[in-house]
Design a protein around this ligand. Structure first.
Ligand SMILES: Nc1ncnc2c1ncn2[C@@H]1O[C@H](COP(=O)(O)OP(=O)(O)OP(=O)(O)O)[C@@H](O)[C@H]1O
Length: 232
């Protein structure tokens, strides 16, 4: 299973995205500053827009799901319960995972954005598609829920997960790092080898690297453990 991006060029209103590379099975993070093109790349990988040139080819991928940055853009039903059902899922299972059992009959737009995010994330994780594209999955969530998202990502046993995010505090274990810089997709490579070249790495990782530590992954716990190892 893989997604091959071949010399893609996509232009819109003065913004130009260029991307090339292969997303293999595993967890990928695409980081980069606000406006660098992460959401545009997510939409391209989902096949919702077509590049001016180049190709996005999915091999062995039978199901694709793009979770949008703003959860309210993904809501189509008049109640929380019916929204879960509209994803083809058992509402009880979704509401339990999202911790929203008491809100089943409410208008989804009466939920806070964080609660709405939990709802769409729960739907996405239960659907468990081959290709899961998560656009800013940590936004609007508190630290406890960000950790929940990390554990759900890490618990996916197969498939391709691509996280598009500028999150700098709570991150999951990943297999590969990519960066968007002014519309250009840059492949940093596999973890842990790619960590030292990660330009937009969280401060805790940069700090660990400066002290000579070599974290095995990108989580805060990995940076701490690497620092402990050099103190031994
Ligand atoms: N629908 C649109 N029409 C015109 N320009 C757009 C549209 N959506 C995004 N852009 C522009 O395309 C560029 C890339 O935007 P994109 O949303 O992909 O960046 P991003 O890295 O995801 O940003 P953020 O971190 O804020 O979500 C930006 O300059 C943005 O202003």
């Amino acid at each position: 299973m893989r997604v091959e991006v071949g010399e893609v060029v996509f232009s819109r209103d003065g913004f130009c995205l260029r991307a090339n590379g292969t997303f293999d099975e595993g967890v990928h993070i695409v980081s980069g500053p606000v406006g660098s093109g992460k959401s545009t790349l997510a939409i391209l990988l989902a096949g919702l827009i077509t590049p001016a040139s180049g190709t996005v080819q999915r091999q062995g991928v039978n199901s694709v799901l793009l979770l949008l940055q703003f959860p309210e853009h993904q809501i189509t039903a008049p109640t929380v319960e019916r929204e879960a059902a509209s994803w083809g899922l058992a509402p009880d299972e979704v509401l339990a995972l999202a911790d929203l059992e008491e809100r089943a009959d409410e208008d989804p737009f009466h939920l806070s954005r964080g609660e709405l995010k939990r709802l769409t994330l729960a739907c996405a994780f239960i659907r468990d598609p081959d290709l899961l594209l998560l656009d800013e999955p940590f936004s609007s969530l508190d630290c406890e829920r960000k950790r929940w998202v990390c554990s759900m990502i890490e618990e996916r046993w197969s498939g391709i997960t691509v996280i598009f995010s500028h999150e700098q505090s709570v991150l999951p274990r990943v297999d590969a790092i990519w960066e968007m810089e002014d519309g250009a997709l840059i492949e940093r490579g596999s973890v842990p080898g790619a960590i030292p070249s990660w330009r937009h790495a969280p401060a805790y990782l940069a700090c660990a690297l400066e002290r000579g530590a070599r974290p095995e992954n990108i989580r805060l716990a990995d940076a701490r453990e690497a620092l402990c190892r050099i103190r031994d």
